[in-house]
Design a binder for this molecule. Structure first.
Ligand code: AMP
Ligand code: ZN
Length: 465
């Protein structure tokens, strides 16, 4: 299996640290809002990578964090006049709902930064003790030049970086020895959440959290570290520097980065405000369609989101699900037909094609094409005259491959009318009580199940999407 490794800038053969196991860490979202469809890209891609490893028989330890302390979370909490944890708890729950809708498997561990402070303090202390970090006025900085391979991942030259940094003087960072140094711990400001530490009451920098959580849950050297390409520098570069200096061994063997999801050919980001949330998409589409859309492109290429491409993904997905439905309900003969052996061989070849695509740096675009070819072959070769063994063979293989892609092949259970009415009544009661959060939640819950509500003069009407 070959993986494009940002560290080497080529496709490297995958050799695990421990035979039969994969230790994988994926940088998760900062939870101050609903996740947007760009955040969904790494979630879907790396979940598919995990699923393919599992299909090949590996045991995968998959760790993905929630960054639940950060300037943006604190800002939002201050705006709402609540504790930062109220914001992060709320959006962790919402992210989990969306991830479920996207059929992203539960991580082995989903650590949260705020629950790992002790580990961060210990790693920072170790870095200070070994001369890789220093304290100035309650702030602890990493001494970037103390790590000789700094810039190896992002291919940046440390002297060029230095020149770029010289003009930038950040307030409160006067104690920095070198503009290249970055923060490991910072003292609290008024109104901010804080933890006690030997240096000040304060909170950790962002980079240290991932180094600590990866070490705690996966070990000093892991197989794969992944995230969006925007994280290569400085986040992942800094993670490497911290981990290697604290642990004395290589941090991750393979660095995988997904390309960006753009919208109308423009970079989409929370800070720009031109983003679509997964929740908004779920009002119009089954989230399986979003997943299928993402997998129809190579993960390292930029991908442009558009309604046309989503509609194409919806009809492609429908084609697969219809074929599965046909195979499930079809009555075939007990006896094999003479042409069944060739048809089975055809399926085997196409499954191989799927695997070859996945083995080539998880080329899901080609893997999806192979699934379409199998579906086409099933529609042609599996008929009522075929033996039942052939029908089962095609069905099993298509189901297995859909499972690797994370596509749910079971028909969605439809909500009963009485359940829908009960939820509508509860929503009306919540609105009356001015509990609009709960009312919106119910509307979203129904939307996720394909039930559209319409407020009319005669009361609330509903329809199935
Ligand atoms: P953030 O919440 O910004 O820290 O992002 C969480 C994850 O989503 C990281 O792996 C980012 O690289 C990734 N990400 C953010 N925006 C996009 C985007 N537009 N396209 C693809 N990945 C993204
Ligand atoms: Zn990270």
């Amino acid at each position: 299996m070959k993986i494009y490794n940002t560290l080497t800038r080529r496709k490297d053969e995958f050799v695990p640290v421990e035979e039969g196991k994969v230790k994988m860490y994926v940088c998760g979202p900062t939870v101050y809002n609903y996740i947007h469809i760009g955040n969904a890209r790494p979630m879907i891609i790396f979940d598919t990578v995990r699923r393919y490893f599992e299909y090949k028989g590996y045991q995968v330890d998959y760790v993905s964090n929630f960054t639940d302390v950060d300037d943006k979370i604190i800002k939002k909490a201050n705006e709402e006049g609540v504790d930062a944890s109220v914001i992060s708890e709320r959006f962790i729950k919402e992210a989990q709902t969306d991830m479920q809708g996207l059929n992203v498997e539960e991580a082995t561990v989903h650590p949260r930064a705020t629950q790992e402070i002790d580990g961060m303090i210990a790693m920072i202390q170790k870095l200070i003790d070994t001369g890789h970090a220093y304290e100035a006025d309650g702030t602890v900085y990493f001494r970037t030049r103390s790590y000789k391979d700094y810039g190896r991942l992002s291919k940046k030259n440390i002297d060029d970086l230095e020149a770029g940094h010289r003009q930038i003087q950040v307030n409160g960072e006067e104690g920095k020895e070198d503009p290249l140094d970055f923060v490991l711990w910072k003292p609290k400001k008024e109104g901010e959440p804080f933890w006690h530490s030997p240096w000040s009451d304060g909170r950790p920098g962002w980079h240290i959290e991932c180094s600590v959580m990866a070490k705690k849950y996966l070990g000093d050297t892991i197989d794969i570290h992944a995230g969006g390409e925007d994280l290569i520098f400085p986040h992942h570069e800094n993670e490497i520097a911290q981990s290697v200096c604290a642990n004395g061994v290589e941090f991750a063997h393979y660095w995988m980065h997904n390309g960006f999801l753009n919208i109308n050919n423009e970079k989409m980001s929370k800070s720009k405000g031109n983003f679509l949330t997964v929740r908004q998409i779920s009002e119009k589409y089954d989230l399986q369609v979003l997943r299928f859309f993402m997998l129809s492109a190579q993960y390292r290429s930029p991908l442009n989101f558009s309604a046309d491409l989503m509609d194409a993904a919806a009809s492609g997905l429908e084609r697969i699900l219809t074929a599965i439905d046909r195979l499930r309900t079809m009555k075939c003969s007990q006896e094999p037909a003479p042409e069944d052996a060739a048809a089975e061989e055809k399926c085997r070849e196409l499954v191989q094609k799927f695997e070859d695509a996945m083995e080539d740096d998880f080329n899901t675009a080609d893997a999806v094409s192979a699934v379409f070819e199998i579906v086409k072959a099933a529609n042609i070769h599996v008929t009522e005259q075929s033996g039942d063994k052939l029908r089962r063979y095609y069905l099993d293989e298509i189901e297995k491959l859909c499972n690797v892609l994370g596509i749910i092949t079971e028909k969605k259970e439809e909500l009963l009318e009485s359940d829908i009415q009960a939820l509508i009544d509860e929503r009306q009661a919540a609105r009356k009580a001015k509990n609009f959060a709960r009312a919106d939640e119910i509307r979203d819950e129904l939307a996720a199940k394909g039930i559209i509500l319409k407020d009319t003069r005669e009361g609330v009407k509903w329809s199935r999407a």
